[in-house]
Design a protein around this ligand. Sequence first.
Ligand SMILES: Cc1cc2nc3c(=O)[nH]c(=O)nc-3n(C[C@H](O)[C@H](O)[C@H](O)COP(=O)(O)OP(=O)(O)OC[C@H]3O[C@@H](n4cnc5c(N)ncnc54)[C@H](O)[C@@H]3O)c2cc1C
Length: 478
Amino acid sequence: MSTLVWLRGDLRLNDQPALQFAVARGQPVIPVFVLEPAAPWSPGAASRVWLHDALAALGQAFEARGSRLLLGVGPPEVVLAELAAATGATALSFNARVEPAGRACDARVERALGARLTVRVFNGSLLLDPARVATGSGTPYRVFTPFWRQVRALLGNAEPAVLPAPTRLLAPAVWPATPSLETLALLPQVRWDLPLRAHWPASEAAAHAAMARFLDTAIEGYPTARDLPASAGVSRLSPYLHLGQLSPQQVWREVHLRAAGDGRMAPSAAALSWLRQLAWREFAQHLLWHFPATAQAPLRPEFDRFPWCEDGPGLRRWCRGQTGFPIVDAGLRELWQTGWMHNRVRMIVASFLTKDLGLHWLEGARWFWDTLIDANLANNTLGWQWVAGCGADAAPYFRIFNPLTQSLKFDPQGEYLRRWLPELAGLSNADLHAPAQAGPLSLLAAKVRLGQDYPAPMLDHGLARVAALARLKASKRC
Ligand SMILES: Cc1cc2nc3c(=O)[nH]c(=O)nc-3n(C[C@H](O)[C@H](O)[C@H](O)COP(=O)(O)OP(=O)(O)OC[C@H]3O[C@@H](n4cnc5c(N)ncnc54)[C@H](O)[C@@H]3O)c2cc1C
């Protein structure tokens, strides 16, 4: 007799309702992760690397509690049924997920195992169960601000209880033989992953350390620093929230606990502005849960027949950070080298792809999917549809970011540009944002040969803007 705990995007021991359920049953606990067969939006290359390290760290954490993290490969309804038979499990618990393929898989597991095992599903990855949050007329939210008001009203200013990690776990008399982490082959054969992994320790403890660092040092400056990609003004918690080394409840609670510790009834305005961003994550999950087709199709149906362009070479230059627009290239190189990109720059590069190049937002979403370690279907879909103008509460399509003004405004000293484009580091601040406008002597002095050391701009932003607006007009005639 034992309980299987199926772990997925909740790779932690603290605040882990599915695990707590198993512990409370007083029987041996069998934690298991299953690498599922490829499905639409299966983890991309960078996410697989992140998953590898997170599983290694979680395995160690289970071992420190006298337990193990078992691994499986294949359809979960088959792998879990085999494990249940091998261990004499009488129950299965897991935390719900929102991705359409994941939900379909969970339903299959419940159907396949529900007759033989007690199956319990919990909310472990969201502040609120999406089914609980609805407008006054009972429909899903499509606009963020009222959604945020509702989240605050439902959660209030109290610190939500979070579940402590178990100190010891009952182990079965014999552990079944299961594949090793290496068998899952999550790491690439060509080892591009090492520099990326150096940026991101994957354990639950590292997630807590990152949260503490941000709350100790940066949160009060967040409203102003959050848009400056060179600064340490954001938390960089998205990879941990994605794989669940940290839950949003833990974040919410920690912010409220600190406010109470300072004798305040509610978090400061700066802290609230950060929690508001956390609620954008919640909003994204809410939207994907209610509108599962949006992972592939625009939420706003008038964009169904939008005349997106095709430009393979243009897409390749964008992916490689070779557009000749420094702020765009810096962002894409940050992404390639670290598996993460600052939110302000995500918006700039996404606007460039969908408006200047006129490419379908899914082209960009797929590249992010493969290269981000925080690649999260709900957040990525929301982000791309927001920029492209075809999603919920989106920026209007005609809002087209000017890469030069964005660069001057949000990286005035060029620190971010110099960090990711060392070939331009010798240019003055005035020339750095648009090397093609620098005089030949300045370029010579900085040892920059346009077209050789750094590309000339691949397009004229003014003309591209006019073409983008013409596409919008044409789409309205379709
Ligand atoms: C085109 C595009 C694609 C994106 N793809 C992803 C993605 O795949 N995965 C992902 O986690 N985020 C995505 N985002 C949202 C956002 O860029 C990241 O969540 C943020 O940059 C993470 O950095 P941080 O942890 O320092 O955020 P902070 O500013 O410290 O915010 C704290 C947390 O709030 C959440 N959050 C903040 N901003 C947003 C937002 N705009 N939308 C949703 N949640 C938000 C994240 O979970 C984040 O970790 C995307 C944004 C855009 C414009």
